[in-house]
Design a protein around this ligand. Structure first.
Ligand SMILES: [Zn+2]
Length: 286
């Protein structure tokens, strides 16, 4: 769920509005923060942008204070794991909020309907996973990633799932076991990206499961954001996607020996996840 067209959104917002001033509702001129502060005087002007329900509005809380504190704390921890400053996080309430979006302007809006769905069906870990995926898109904006370019959003989405897996595994992150992580991912992955503005293919669910698993396995090591990108696509492109085990490649000098040895011991499993030979149910038992 990566918003690639903020300027188009601004244009669309201006044409859709009837009762509000353009300056109240244009997402470029009026950031979520500005709307939050102005809410008392602009109650009737709740329009966020075309990705959200027409009566959805920005709120300082999501679900309740306890959940608000939880997801903000997660957002801080995610920033810590990736050594960036905390990404501004806003909440959208009301109907038409079954979504979470990472904006190119540098903030994330998490919708309450999506949060409630994740919470009730897969627990808080699924909410943290969605947030980590969205912060993953912020890392892509910040570092001009993924280095792997495709004509569709697939590489970006797979890498964002990888960043989420990395965070969920890290001891200073969510610190989840695979038994905790896999069912939550199966839920989070199943709801993802239906509202993206990016064209075409986003990776099959099986490919996305393998990307999450690869990120999770890399979470056993300390990697910078750029090193994560390099390692992730080295293994994903050379060993996971081709559908057969490559034995002809020498380890690149920029990849650590211990990581290489460990991931190579898992590439057969990763490949089988990506093709569906390891099913969604078997994925939870790895
Ligand atoms: Zn996404």
């Amino acid at each position: 769920m990566k918003n690639l067209k903020p300027f188009l959104l601004a244009f669309a917002a201006a044409t859709l509005l009837t009762s509000c001033n353009e300056s109240d509702t244009n997402p470029i001129q009026s950031s979520p923060e500005a709307k939050l502060h102005n809410k008392a005087t602009h109650e009737g002007c709740s329009y966020i942008d075309q990705n959200w329900g027409s009566s959805a509005y920005i709120s300082s809380t999501i679900v309740n204070q306890s959940e608000t504190n939880f997801i903000k704390d997660q957002n801080n921890k995610i920033a810590g794991v990736f050594s960036i400053s905390t990404v501004p996080l806003y909440f959208a309430k009301g109907s038409g909020t079954a979504n979470a979006i990472s904006y190119g302007a540098g903030y994330i809006i998490f919708g309450e309907q999506l949060y409630n769905m994740a919470l009730s069906q897969a627990g808080r870990i699924a909410c943290a996973m969605v947030q980590a995926h969205e912060v993953g898109h912020q890392l892509q904006y910040k570092y001009n990633l993924p280095t792997r370019r495709e004509s569709t959003a697939r590489a970006s989405e797979l890498e964002a799932d990888g960043f989420a897996g990395y965070y969920i595994k890290k001891p200073n992150g969510y610190n989840a076991t695979w038994t905790q992580a896999a069912p939550a991912y199966n839920f989070a992955g199943s709801i993802g990206d239906y509202n993206t503005t990016s064209p075409g293919h986003h990776g099959t669910p099986a490919q996305r499961r393998s990307a999450f698993r690869l990120g999770y396995l890399l979470g056993g090591y300390n990697l910078s954001v750029r090193d994560f990108d390099y390692n992730f696509f080295y293994y994903y492109d050379n060993y996971v996607l081709p559908g057969s085990l490559r034995k002809d490649l020498a380890k690149p000098k920029d990849i650590r020996s211990d990581i290489h040895e460990f991931i190579l011991s898992k590439v057969d499993e990763l490949r089988k996840i990506s093709t569906g030979e390891i099913s969604k149910e078997e994925f939870e038992k790895l």
